[in-house]
Design a protein around this ligand. Structure first.
Ligand code: 6PG
Length: 634
């Protein structure tokens, strides 16, 4: 096994409140690793010592110079060898000073115990007494480090040293399982952010051989990464608690991989599923792994190959304590929002991260479908792909989004003398998330009509042969009479997008209530403002909108936009209907809007019919008691 002295020099700060055992553990660790030990308290300037011995607490200003001295000490030592420095370092600002300029060579060991544990322990020591107020003030000051090796002080010193040694022996901090397109990009992203990672890809003779090794050899940023195709070696290369992110196909494969990993894992290890898994399955896996003492974090990851490499939007959920262990990694590699905050947040319990990713994809389906419909209308107005690209480009000020931008690029792409888009077979695929979003909506009783419309449009497209046959049986589309301006189309597009976002967030809000997830809609919108496929200026606006309402159609600014754009939407939809253009999502947006804003719906008639043939009963508008009525209709 490699010794810490053979690897890159590190400064190991052992930190925690007074009485947690810092000096004992720090000294033992330094002895074990055969590196110098320093007690931070020995470096206080005289003024501080005088102040402390007279019983006065130090202020942050008193501490500043001392922390800078320790930072200098660490830097000087690093030039020669690794070292251990003990120091309470309770606040993040203190730790920032201690590690200034040597962040990547700094390791934090946080000795964690409860108030009672430490109080009893200190006051058992001969000639020691620490008043409970003093200890309490330390706990009040403590800001738990996110990126530390957290040690439970109830373990024996031998066990603590063993765990620390393992963690510090240059073992990898994070494991990535599955080197498909997304897995590879995430590996490079982690390595580019300075993390020591282990990468695994299975060995399938003649099909997948040396995938991890070949990938490592391809990119210089992976020079310190470790490559494996053997599970036990991969798992053993990781610091405990292990953090293993699965980037494999959603579905049964996840369960197979979990079973393959389980015999090699130890208690408190964390498996992160970064695929587009079904949220119900994620909950089942959380519960199953809990029985094995393993944590499971289900996380949505959006942004495709490029996003995964440069910064995706990340939607993790599960046990909040386990999340703290993976938070520094996920937040670091995530895209940043306009305030430079990571587009990654702890979403909520169970499968809530995968649920919101599923809805994200549903909203994505609709945004894509709306652009496809808009392009159909523009084409019917005589625009060629280049004209369509120009029109979409001109909408950027009013309606910018990632999908608008890529669609513009798509329409400009030539293939020989023609545009590539004209040569692509008109059958849309899907991998299941739109399907699940539709099923979840139906199960929760939420009318996500646009998601189902966009999904079913893909399904209709898939019946290519039948479409060819039926198109012969009926009149061909003739849109020569279409009378629309591009401004009207833009306004209809914007109208439908607002309804799409209304429905998507409604689905999330209803699931949150039903499952008691307590989801924060504004925060969800925020992590979708960058990195993900549905990032847009509208999404950025929604971050604020959701701070005061969970229903975007109650926001006064959006009410104005919707009211203004409705007129154009009616014209676009009716012109398309008259001219036989298929625009299911645009027209559904209008139909849904009319439905959800109707004071008296036609559902009274449905209730009467149900009562007629099935005695299902009905309630009356003129009776508020909730009583059920039945009528003998004949
Ligand atoms: C993303 C995408 C991504 C993927 C979808 C596509 O957020 O990065 O949504 O997850 O592109 O799986 O789904 P379909 O194949 O169903 O269109």
């Amino acid at each position: 096994m490699k010794n810490i002295r053979d690897s890159i020099n590190k400064v190991i700060f052992v930190i925690g409140v007074s009485g947690c055992g810092k000096s004992t553990i720090g000294k033992l660790l330094a002895e074990e690793l055969e590196i110098p030990f320093f007690d931070g308290d020995d470096f206080h300037p005289k003024v501080n010592i005088i102040k402390m011995s007279s019983g006065q607490p130090l202020t942050d200003a008193d501490r500043q110079g001392w922390l800078e001295t320790l930072n200098e000490l660490a830097k000087t030592q690093l030039a020669k060898s690794s070292c251990v420095i003990v120091c309470s370092a309770l606040k993040e600002t203190y730790r920032n000073t201690l590690s200034l300029g040597i962040e990547s060579a700094t390791k934090w060991v946080f000795l964690n115990g409860t108030f009672n544990q430490i109080y009893n322990r200190v006051n058992k020591r001969p000639n020691h007494f620490m008043p409970s107020e003093l200890l309490q003030s330390q706990f009040d000051t403590l800001e738990e480090p996110k990126d530390a090796i957290k040690i439970d002080i109830s373990l024996t010193p031998e066990d603590i040293i063993k765990t620390l040694k393992e963690n510090l022996m240059d073992k990898s901090e994070f494991g990535l399982f599955g080197l498909g397109v997304m897995g590879k990009s995430l590996c490079r992203n982690l390595a580019n952010n300075g993390f020591k990672i282990s990468m695994f890809n299975r060995h399938v003779t003649g099909v997948e051989e040396n995938v991890a090794k070949d990938f490592k050899a391809q990119y210089s940023e992976l020079s310190k990464a470790e490559a494996y195709d053997e599970i036990s070696a991969f798992v053993n290369s990781l610091q405990t608690p292990r953090k293993i992110m699965l980037m494999v196909n959603a579905g049964k494969t996840i369960d197979y991989v979990i079973e393959d990993l389980l015999p090699h894992l130890s208690g408190n290890d964390i498996i992160i599923d970064g695929g587009n898994s079904n949220y119900v399955k994620t909950k089942e896996r959380c519960n199953y792994l809990k029985t094995k003492g393993i944590h499971f974090i289900g996380t949505g990851v959006s942004g495709g190959e490029e996003g995964a490499l440069k910064g995706p939007s990340i939607m993790p959920s599960g046990d909040p304590e386990a999340y703290k262990n993976v938070q520094p990694f996920l937040e670091k590699i995530a895209a940043k929002d306009q305030n430079n905050l990571p587009c990654c947040t702890y979403v909520g319990p169970e499968g809530s991260g995968h649920f919101i990713k599923m809805v994200h994809n549903g909203v994505e389906y609709v945004e894509m479908q709306l652009l496809a419909e808009v392009a159909t209308i523009l084409q019917a107005l005589g625009q060629d792909p280049n004209d369509i690209a120009n029109t979409l480009e001109s909408w950027k000020d009013a309606a910018n989004s990632y999908l608008l931008e890529i669609t513009t690029v798509i329409f400009r792409k030539k293939d020989g003398n023609d545009w590539l888009v004209n040569k692509i077979l008109d059958k849309a695929g899907n991998k299941g998330t739109g399907n699940w979003a539709t099923i979840a909506s139906a199960e929760l009783g939420v009318p996500s009509t646009l998601i189902s419309s966009a999904l079913f449009s893909r399904y209709i497209s898939f019946y290519k042969d039948e479409r060819i046959e039926l198109s012969d049986n009926f009149d061909k589309v003739d849109a020569s009479e279409l009378n629309l301006t591009t401004t009207e189309i833009l306004e209809a597009y914007q109208f439908a997008r607002i309804i799409n976002h209304y429905q998507g967030f409604k689905l999330i809000a209803e699931a949150s209530d039903k499952f008691s997830w307590n989801l924060n809609l504004s925060e969800i919108a925020r992590i979708w403002t960058n990195g993900c496929i549905i990032r847009s200026t509208l999404m950025t606006d929604l971050v604020d909108v959701f701070k005061s309402t969970s229903n975007i159609l109650t926001n006064s600014d959006l009410i104005k936009v919707v009211k203004h754009n409705k007129q154009a939407t009616k014209k676009v939809v009716s012109e398309c209907v008259i001219n036989d253009l298929a625009i299911p999502a645009l027209s559904e947006a209008l139909q849904f809007f009319n439905g959800i804003t109707t004071l008296y719906a036609s559902a009274n008639i449905i209730q009467a019919q149900r009562d007629y043939f099935g005695a299902h009963t009905y309630q009356r508008l003129d009776d508020n008691s909730g009583k059920s009525f039945h009528t003998n209709w004949i």
